[in-house]
Design a protein around this ligand. Structure first.
Ligand SMILES: NC(=O)c1ccc[n+]([C@@H]2O[C@H](COP(=O)([O-])OP(=O)(O)OC[C@H]3O[C@@H](n4cnc5c(N)ncnc54)[C@H](OP(=O)(O)O)[C@@H]3O)[C@@H](O)[C@H]2O)c1
Length: 397
């Protein structure tokens, strides 16, 4: 469909400008057909001669878009929005009845009610976190940070980490992992997830309890140490050394590497007071033909939308907004230390002239773990030079 076509009532046509891309999106792809996560059921693959929703999945991404057509009376053409989009140039979305100043929602009655955060399209004009100069950092960190933030909230609220020697986090160089270390540090230092006015995050240190310990690969060891977010960093093959110390640990698994997890549980035995599954950044685990949610019975899965649904029953929207705002402010004042933003276009040249598809290369590098943790990828399905800030469409669809 061209942008000049007629769209159905109560729909918006979004021009997807660009989106963040990290191991998190690779995991969305790996779990696309998982019966619990169902990530391929958010956006249908188009029906063409070579693709269909039966044979292909669209990997969801968090990104910014501009409304280029609207048949909803309360949504205007030209609006800037943020949400759970697809890797595409355009996205046609239905809009449900709940449209307010801050958000509108995509109706997805086929998915569980707690997936609502994924259905939310945030309207930038009224978004307290929006900063037009920092869209790239917002796209990269927003989805990951909220998982880390609410996971820490869960550990704190349910007192899981109380009276433990420390918290061990695998895939410690991953953004989700080190954002968790960051919020754990804030809580430990200030008693809440916030950075006091005028204070700068200068790194962990001293002998504060509980210890925050990262485990990473050899190639990412120096980067992980340089973050100054972990009291100690081990490589995967050094984990036995840590097991000799302490008697009560919480293990948060971001790697999802079954072999390593078996090693952890073998080395630590009953000294792991709680094992939490937060991610699967090591794609080898995808080879296992079983549900991620049930892949390791010794790990309890943390899934942010589910915990947020629990939190909403005992915490007001205002309070949740305040908590989030304080955490986000701390992140935005600190994250410039951690990554270099890198923009990648569909292709440096016109697609009909050249086979160089830079987005595909970046995608493959990400799947193969070749993107260093110091790089923050922003992808666009537009070609360099076709995209401009006024959202004019120069390409033929
Ligand atoms: N539960 C949730 O709701 C939720 C929400 C957000 C993210 N997550 C999960 O958290 C995980 C991390 O996502 P992220 O976006 O934060 O990651 P990221 O910043 O892109 O970090 C990637 C890291 O993963 C490891 N890695 C990546 N590819 C690899 C490969 N091919 N082989 C081996 N190791 C590889 C490396 O860490 P090491 O060298 O340190 O192992 C690498 O530094 C993902 O699985 C994501 O789905 C879960």
């Amino acid at each position: 469909m061209g942008v000049g076509g007629i769209i159905p009532p109560n729909h918006v046509l979004l021009k997807v400008d660009r989106f963040g891309f990290s191991a998190n999106n690779v995991t969305y792809g790996l779990l696309g057909e998982d019966p619990h996560f169902r990530y391929f059921e958010f956006h249908n693959a188009p029906n063409t001669n070579t693709t269909s929703s039966k044979t292909h999945g669209v990997i969801p991404v968090w990104g910014y878009a501009t409304v280029v057509q609207s048949t909803h009376p309360r949504i205007s053409v030209g609006e800037r929005v943020f949400g759970y989009l697809g890797m595409s140039r355009y996205l046609l979305l239905p809009v449900d009845h709940d449209v307010n100043k801050y958000n509108f929602y995509v109706p997805r009655p086929h998915l569980p009610e707690d997936r609502r955060p994924y259905n939310q399209i945030t309207r930038c004009a009224a978004d307290p976190l929006y900063d037009p100069m920092r869209e790239d950092e917002l796209m990269i960190y927003r989805p990951l940070f909220w998982t880390s933030f609410w996971c820490e909230d869960w550990l704190h609220t349910t007192k899981v980490a109380k009276d433990t020697d420390g918290i061990i986090i695998s895939s410690a160089s991953a953004k989700t992992a080190y954002c968790l270390a960051f919020v754990l540090n804030l809580r430990r230092l200030y008693g809440k997830v916030a950075l006091p006015a005028g204070a700068d995050w200068t790194g962990t240190g001293g002998t504060a309890q509980p210890r925050i310990v990262g485990v990473t690969s050899k190639r990412n060891l120096e980067f992980t140490k340089s973050l100054r977010l972990y009291d100690e960093v081990f490589t995967y093959d050094q984990i036995n050394e840590l097991a000799k110390r302490g008697s009560r640990w919480v293990y948060v698994d971001v790697a999802g590497n079954k072999e390593f997890n078996n090693k952890v549980f073998k080395s630590f035995g009953s000294h792991i007071a709680k094992g939490v599954s937060l991610g699967m950044s090591h794609p080898s685990s995808s080879k296992e033909n079983e549900s991620f949610a049930n892949s390791n019975s010794r790990l309890e899965m943390f899934f942010m939308p589910e915990w947020l649904a629990v939190r909403r029953t005992n915490t007001s929207v205002k309070e949740i907004t305040q908590l989030q705002f304080a955490g986000w402010d701390a992140l935005m004042r600190t994250c410039h230390q951690w990554i270099q933003i890198e923009r990648v276009w569909w292709s440096g040249a016109a697609i009909w002239q050249d086979n160089v598809k830079e987005v595909i290369e970046a995608y493959e590098e990400c799947v193969n773990g070749e993107i260093g943790p110091d790089r923050g990828l922003i992808l666009s399905m537009w070609e360099k030079g076709q995209f401009d800030k006024t959202s004019q469409v120069k390409a033929k669809l």
